[in-house]
Design a protein around this ligand. Structure first.
Ligand code: HEC
Ligand code: HEC
Length: 306
């Protein structure tokens, strides 16, 4: 909020400005010394040959100018131009935003209502619902997951069958509504340089990368530290978002360097909550995301599942 003093300062400055404009136009428009007739040359010369004629500005132009000055004062009265003074209409940016949002809600409510109460699975087979889900995705998700949903380093690909938390409709709704936080602890200090090298060799070997056999062997023994979260078979745990480490699909990269950084420093992926979108939009989004990894629609077996 503006203080009273600042308000006063702004108000005086604005009014003086407009009055100064008025004065300037009056001063330049006033007729020239009487002895020079309109249209004649005034008795002074610049640069040797530049002369001035006594040609006052056209009356219609002056009238327009003074009208706009009058308009200025009306505007001052109606809108917040003088600090906290004036603004009889009570206009504010927040008000305008609110009323535009309310308008949009009124306008779109019937659009979403048409899909209310239908299951995510059902929506994922309805082209109209998917088109709407696609535009919601474009507005809310692409900055992190990419316009095609294929993600980027640190942002999961949503089009494959590899899920941190799960790709069934209910889990998708959960993820979008409440957000997710994946915490991979920093284990560099616990493992030491040599320990990290070994465990990295082992983890990468699970996806087919080559490393000296003794390193892999030693790393396998160290994996007990990791098994609590990633599972003894290293296939991950969707309850806490611990990724499958055997499929050569990497959230943070599968190079020696990238996996080493992950294990040494840990990772902390955050998917923000989107509760504010409301239930109807979230189910449309879940349906769209579901369709990305089920392009031909769910198989008969999945459709029959509860
Ligand atoms: C407390 C549970 C926990 C432990 C212990 C743990 N991890 Fe993780 N790990 C996670 C979680 C959760 C993620 C996902 C982090 C994210 O989503 O940002 C992760 C991510 C990873 C990744 C990145 C995978 C990718 O796709 O890029 C690797 C590699 C990894 N962990 C290896 C290990 C190794 C090796 C150990 C043991 C030395 C270990 N983790 C121990 C929970 C754990
Ligand atoms: C600010 C970036 C950001 C935005 C915006 C965002 N996400 Fe995410 N999302 C992430 C990150 C990061 C993860 C991985 C979290 C982790 O590592 O544990 C994730 C995870 C997910 C997952 C879980 C994937 C899995 O493998 O289980 C889904 C589903 C998802 N997002 C959908 C969406 C949808 C739909 C939207 C739009 C409404 C969205 N996200 C918007 C960053 C974002």
């Amino acid at each position: 909020m503006m203080t009273h003093g600042l308000s006063l300062f702004v108000a005086i400055l604005s009014i003086l400005n407009v009055l100064a404009c008025g004065w300037l136009i009056w001063w330049t428009a006033r007729s020239r010394p009487d002895e020079v007739k309109q249209g004649e040359v005034i008795d002074h010369v610049w640069d040797g040959d530049l002369q001035e004629r006594n040609n006052p500005m056209p009356r219609w132009w002056l009238i327009l100018f003074f009208l706009s000055i009058g308009f200025c004062f009306v505007y001052f009265l109606l809108y917040p131009a003088l600090g906290t003074f004036g603004n009889v209409l009570g206009w504010s940016k927040a008000n305008q935003y609110e009323s535009e949002m309310a308008e949009a809600r009124r306008e779109y409510a019937p659009v979403y209502a048409a899909f209310a109460g239908r299951s995510v699975l059902e929506l994922s087979r309805d082209p109209k619902a998917l088109a709407l889900g696609h535009s919601l995705f474009a507005n809310n998700c692409v900055q992190c997951h990419g316009s095609d949903g294929r993600g980027a380093t640190g942002f999961p690909n949503l089009t494959d069958q590899d899920w941190l938390y799960g790709g069934d409709p209910d889990t998708l709704v959960q993820t979008i509504t409440n957000g997710r936080e994946g915490v991979m602890p920093a284990l560099g200090a616990v493992l030491g340089e040599q320990g990290v090298t070994e465990v990295v060799a082992y983890v990468r070997s699970l996806s087919g990368a080559k490393a000296p056999a003794d390193q892999i062997e030693a790393g396998k023994a160290r994996f007990v530290l990791c098994a609590a979260c990633h599972g003894a078979d290293a296939k991950g745990n969707q309850a806490i978002g611990a990724p499958n480490l055997t499929d050569d699909i990497w959230l943070y990269g599968g190079s020696e360097k990238a996996v080493r950084t992950t294990v040494t420093n840990g990772r902390h992926g955050q998917m923000p909550s989107h509760k504010w979108l409301g239930d109807d939009r979230i189910r449309l989004l879940a349906a769209y995301v579901y369709s990305l990894s089920h392009p031909a629609g769910p198989s008969a077996g999945e459709a029959a599942a509860p």
